[in-house]
Design a protein around this ligand. Structure first.
Ligand code: PLP
Length: 490
């Protein structure tokens, strides 16, 4: 394509830039594959998190868009120059922060194929194979996790969307779908019950559903951080007495802070007795349910109305891929479905239109990566990875217990534990924070923090596909070295 560019003395000059075409894809996929190969070979030698000041990347990006086409060579060169060194590397084998978000190689390939077709999987007719593969994969995943038959799944973009969908369904079930029709004004105030261990996406869902943060009741927990069932009953009774309408319970399996889990058998039974809709957030720990020996953590799950697990976390289906399982999908469909004339499928009946189950209309083709993943690893391959991570977490905790001033604050829940620096003549919060900052500035490993019972603690979770025991052991040396350094300066 010929474009005019500013020349000297106002005389335009013509330059030739060829805009990339579909027929160039093969060459560029080759180049990108070579780049990816180099990236993964060198990944363990990169800092997990770059040591950058805010704004350092921004100042390398032009402040306005180009008026004229630029070559792919120039674009790609800038990508290589600016982006990789400015990234936190989520696929790094020493990423022990947050919860991992694995992107298995087969999942990357599946996403590439899905991107190539660029389909919107909103209706059966807009992607018959996408819809029917999703139906099949949801049942494969149901079986893989040991969930009973009534559950049917849908792929959402995030646990936040899954939880919001469940909260809207709670609201509408309690109001017999009058909330959708006439709004919340004049209705009894609704109440939803959860513990202080559930993720902030629950708080967000309550706000977005128009229920008001004040109507999310944080039920007290017992010593093991599980919601106290007796306290739940008391909260519900008190609320009914005061004119509220209890409408839902949200249980937590593997909470983000320290991995706490509720006793589902008890709290879901209460939800049933009290005619409240229930949702369980197992966004992280749900992946581990692929191993039958860990399923006691969610004993009672068969009583739930809705459950979310994120295969984009531990299981390897690259972000984004969250599954919401529903016992009676028709309740959520009645809450979320919005069919205009232009969205009807004229010549078919008895079809699944997954956009009826979700908040957004447009949906990516995400079932493809679950299909590739489950076939490439088999259930046994994924079980082995998760079992290794859990075992290494226990082994690591035993090694850390030998380091002076390191105190394990919460023992492993699956592959998550927390620790702090304490026991010396120093302020534990300040020193623990300094150790964390010092570790992350160095970049050999990456860790994050939480607050647990008013203590500042460091979270450690193992969950990356490429992590080996050698990488985990390296973390012991890193932690010892930074603790010694900071404690000696305190
Ligand atoms: N629930 C739990 C337990 C989480 O750990 C997270 C995120 O880490 C979320 C929900 C939110 O997940 P998403 O980013 O998929 O909305």
């Amino acid at each position: 394509m010929w474009v005019q560019n500013g020349g000297c003395c106002g005389n335009p000059i013509k330059i030739c830039v060829t805009i990339m075409k579909y027929s160039d894809l093969r060459d560029w996929y080759d180049k990108v594959a070579n780049w990816a190969d180099r990236y993964f070979r060198g990944l363990k030698d990169r800092p997990v998190r770059p040591n950058l000041d805010p704004g350092e990347i921004l100042q390398q990006i032009p402040t306005s868009p180009p008026q004229h086409p630029e070559s792919m060579e120039a674009i790609f060169a800038d990508f290589e120059r600016i982006i990789p060194d400015g990234m936190t590397h989520w696929q790094h084998p020493r990423f022990f922060a947050y919860f991992n978000s694995n992107s298995a190689p087969v999942s990357m390939i599946a996403d590439q194929l899905a991107n190539t077709m660029g389909a919107i999987c909103m209706l059966w007719q807009t992607s018959p194979a996408g819809t029917e593969l999703e139906i099949a994969m949801m049942d494969w995943m149901r079986q893989a996790l040991g969930l009973p038959q009534p559950f049917q799944g849908v792929i959402q973009d995030s646990a936040t969307s899954s939880t919001l969908s469940a909260v809207l369904t709670m609201r509408e079930t309690a109001l017999n779908w009058e909330g959708n029709r006439i709004g919340l004004f004049g209705q009894l105030p609704l109440r939803i019950y959860t513990s202080n261990q559930t993720h902030s996406s629950v708080d967000k869902a309550i706000r977005l559903a128009g229920l008001g943060q004040a109507n999310l009741v944080k039920v007290p927990t017992s010593d093991n951080l599980a919601m106290d069932p007796q306290a739940l009953v008391e909260c519900v009774n008190q609320d009914r007495k005061h004119g509220y309408l209890p409408c839902g319970v949200i249980g937590c399996i593997g909470g983000t802070s320290v991995g706490a889990s509720d006793n589902l058998a008890e709290i879901l039974k209460i939800a049933k007795t009290e005619k409240m809709y229930s949702h369980v957030d197992a966004a992280w720990a749900g992946s581990a349910m692929i191993c039958p020996e860990y399923r006691s953590i969610w004993a009672g799950i068969d009583l739930a109305d809705s459950v979310v697990i994120n295969p984009h976390k531990w299981l390897g289906a690259g972000f984004d891929c969250s599954i919401q399982f529903l016992r009676q999908p028709e309740k959520q469909i009645r809450t979320l479905s919005m069919k205009s004339a232009y969205l009807e499928t004229l010549e078919q009946t008895g079809i699944t239109d997954y956009s009826d189950w979700c908040i957004p209309l447009g949906r990516r083709f995400r079932s493809l990566k679950i299909w590739f993943l489950l076939r490439a690893y088999g259930i046994s391959g994924l079980q082995t990875m998760i079992r290794n991570h859990v075992q290494w977490t226990h082994d690591l905790v035993n090694l850390l217990k030998e380091i002076p001033f390191v105190e394990i604050v919460t023992e492993p829940n699956l592959s998550l534990f927390t620790f702090r620096v304490s026991g010396g003549d120093f302020d534990s919060i300040e020193v623990t924070r300094s150790v964390l900052e010092s570790i992350n500035r160095e970049g050999k490993i990456y860790l994050t923090q939480t607050t647990h019972q008013n203590q500042f603690v460091i979270r450690f979770t193992i969950g990356q596909f490429e992590t080996t025991w050698e990488q985990v052991k390296m973390a012991v040396d890193v932690i010892r070295c930074h603790v010694e350094k900071i404690v000696s300066q305190s």
